[in-house]
Design a protein around this ligand. Structure first.
Ligand SMILES: [Zn+2]
Length: 79
């Protein structure tokens, strides 16, 4: 699925609200959390920009899989 940056940000803003409901607290870019898909700890990448290499794992919303996942999911090909 192709989307431009504005469309991606609109999707992520909506999905962040759903995650906030699920977790019961606000989520900001860079906040620590657990990947909703695999449970590994990471940091929320809400802007879709990635993090510097010193961040071990980033949690982001994938419009390919239509779910929250993380770099470890990608590496292990967890779906
Ligand atoms: Zn994961």
């Amino acid at each position: 699925m192709y989307e431009n940056r504005q469309q991606y940000e609109a999707i992520v803003r909506k999905e962040v609200v759903f995650r906030e409901w699920a977790e019961g607290h606000r989520i900001e870019h860079g906040d620590p959390g657990e990947c909703p898909n695999c449970g590994m700890p990471g940091q929320y990448d809400i802007h879709g920009l990635g993090f510097p290499p010193d961040v071990d794992n980033s949690i982001y919303y994938s419009t390919v899989f239509n779910e929250w996942r993380c770099r470890i999911c990608d590496y292990r090909r967890i779906h």
